[in-house]
Design a protein around this ligand. Structure first.
Ligand SMILES: Nc1ncnc2c1ncn2[C@@H]1O[C@H](COP(=O)(O)OP(=O)(O)O)[C@@H](O)[C@H]1O
Ligand SMILES: [Mg+2]
Length: 401
């Protein structure tokens, strides 16, 4: 077995017996690595450990925590000690300890999970307080190892229920640890440099992901939104609009699907996809599954990609954009209430970071920071035609900044 090196900043987290561990802070601080390492060590040392590891969606946990655990098992030469079931996203150690990963969207799978004594919620800012309460109920009975739930997350918004519950009100049963990239001795220089450049290019991002401080809502472009579980009502929606923003290098290609309710002035965001470096054939296939034969309005800066999508049978249109279209589009959208399906975790992430630029005195200026806007740009494209048709109402809009 290879030696497992833990980041020293997490020592206190290893010891605490509190029911809840709140491990939050900046990006790249080693939260996920620490939790994954500790999980494997525990499982190897005591056959009574029974883990449930969750994120909001099954898709996101497969490519994050489950992948990390599997890679770590290989890296530490532990392959002979764990049996991994990739389909189920679960594993058992030869001594009998067990681990199941699941999305909270997989209700049936969660129902079948019994007798767990450890829960790890990765990216806990994605889950609702009611999700948390449901998970909490799973930790009862008699376990010789006691019960513990760990929440790892970035402090995306000062309005988040996590802040209210564990920071403003506080919880006697909670252990809280904040870490930032400075606590991670294993981080490479390039990562640190990228984080540091955010200080000027994207101050909101810098605050949350470099300093690990709660995101402020002061300068956010959109505050007219709420999240809801739309699973039960989205089948009744019939006025769909689709938008696509093409990715470049590490930036994702972003797809968004909405239902527009003009009568109640609501935009329901029902579906999203973030795809990094996806081949156009695969993109077309995935889009076809989401939108069938409907139209989709795309970022016009890539006419070739639009032509390719058309060749694959997608009814792709180029957005008109034009001068002032960003500000105009934002104002138009601000005149509606956005209701975001709580499974659209990337849209929610963008909504909590997309901000106005600041002048040198820290006052907002009416130009958004060009970041955290992939899905939100796609949203403007999706509704562009509607905006043009309803242009007059923009005049009556009051609010925004
Ligand atoms: N104990 C460790 N050993 C080796 N590398 C580590 C360790 N902890 C963190 N890292 C490195 O730091 C990076 C960021 O850590 P990660 O756990 O993803 O941070 P966070 O979850 O806080 O964003 C990882 O991709 C990995 O390269
Ligand atoms: Mg992480």
């Amino acid at each position: 077995m290879t030696k497992i090196r833990l980041a020293p900043s997490y020592k206190s987290a290893l010891k605490t017996k509190q029911r809840y561990r709140i491990i939050y802070g900046g990006a790249g601080s080693g939260k996920s690595h620490f939790l994954a390492q500790e999980t494997l060590i525990n499982m190897l040392q005591d056959n009574r450990y029974s883990y449930l590891v969750v994120r909001k969606t099954g898709k996101s946990i497969r490519i994050s925590v489950f992948r990390l655990l599997v890679e770590m098992i290989a890296e530490y030469n532990l392959t002979h000690l764990f049996r991994i079931n990739r389909t189920e996203m679960s594993m058992t150690c030869v001594n009998g300890s067990s681990l199941i990963t699941s999305g909270l969207d997989d209700v049936e799978k969660l129902k079948s999970v019994a007798n767990i004594n450890r829960i790890w919620v990765e990216e806990a800012s994605e889950i609702t307080e009611s999700d948390f309460s449901q998970l909490d109920l799973r930790m009862r009975g008699t376990s010789a190892l006691g019960y513990q739930m760990t929440l790892t997350f970035n402090p995306i918004s000062e309005l988040h229920w996590l802040k209210k519950r564990f920071f403003d009100i506080g919880d006697k049963q909670a252990f809280v640890l904040k870490t930032t990239y400075k606590d991670n001795p294993f981080l490479d220089d390039k990562y640190i440099q990228t984080l540091q450049t955010m200080k000027t290019t994207d101050p909101q991002y810098f605050k949350i992901y470099a300093l690990g401080e709660w995101g402020s809502v002061g300068n956010l472009v959109y505050t007219n939104w709420k999240k809801e579980d739309l699973s039960d009502i989205k089948n009744t929606f019939d006025n769909h609009f689709n938008g696509l923003d093409f990715g470049f290098a590490e930036d994702p290609t972003a797809f968004i699907r909405v239902h527009l309710d003009n009568k109640h002035k609501r935009i329901y965001i029902v579906d999203e996809m973030y795809l990094v470096q996806e081949h156009i054939d695969a993109l077309a296939r995935k889009l076809a599954m989401k939108i069938n034969n409907e139209m989709i309005t795309c970022d016009s800066s890539e006419p070739r990609s639009i032509a390719d999508l058309k060749r694959h049978g997608i009814r792709a249109l180029a957005a008109k954009k034009g001068p002032g279209s960003i500000e105009h589009g934002i104002k138009w959208i601000q005149g509606y209430q956005l209701v975001v399906d709580e499974h659209c975790i990337n849209t929610i992430k963008e909504l909590t970071s997309y901000s106005w630029r600041e002048d040198k005195d820290g006052n907002a200026i009416p130009k958004p920071v060009d970041a955290n806007n992939h899905l939100l740009d796609a949203l403007r494209y999706a509704l562009e035609n509607e905006m043009i048709q309803n242009k007059t109402q923009v005049k009556f809009f009051k609010g925004g900044i």
